[in-house]
Unconditional design. Structure first.
Length: 169
């Protein structure tokens, strides 16, 4: 009978560890956005701080969320960068990229995903894809920009968002 006690304790410990892991996995699943998205709402700078003209644009996504973006036209535009930024901060933290593209004669359209900057809503994976679609539709339908002139650029979190948009269009 004494030899069964260590086996019981071992099995009890294994089952307890599995249960703790399962509880932790469920917690992470329901709270994953807290560990992926790090939005800020304060606008620290604008393209005008770098001496660039820009349009402050608000777009409505297909699910009714208003998202904020900037359109910075280049003087001798060779194309337009559709810029999807990373998971932290907001568009005001990407001024150096906007300046770089401008110097290359590339216009830039950059958006804040839902929950970032002045955009409404809460960030989510599906939401970022809807945000990207809204910007694409705006550029092609409203701005009448030929899709062949749009260069999709995603950095960090923005890379899969841009890749999915490129795959669709």
């Amino acid at each position: 009978m004494d030899y069964q006690r260590p086996i019981f304790l071992f099995l009890f410990g294994v089952i307890l560890l599995i249960l703790l892991f399962a509880v932790y996995a469920v917690y992470l699943y329901f709270n994953q956005s807290k560990y992926v998205y790090f939005p800020t709402s304060d606008i620290a700078a604008t393209p005008s701080d770098a001496g660039l003209f820009y349009e402050d644009i608000m777009l409505k996504t297909s699910d009714g969320i208003n998202i904020s973006g900037w359109y910075i036209p280049a003087e001798n535009q060779r194309g337009i960068i559709l810029f999807f930024h990373g998971n932290g901060g907001n568009i005001s933290h990407r001024i150096e990229f906007i300046e770089m593209f401008y110097e290359l004669n590339l216009s830039t359209f950059i958006i804040d995903y839902r929950g970032y900057g002045k955009s409404e809503g809460k960030p989510s994976e599906e939401g970022t894809y809807l945000d990207a679609e809204a910007v694409w539709d705006y550029l092609v339908s409203d701005k009448k920009i030929n899709h062949s002139k749009i260069i999709i650029y995603g950095r960090s979190l923005g890379a899969p968002i841009g890749a999915r948009l490129a795959e669709k269009h």
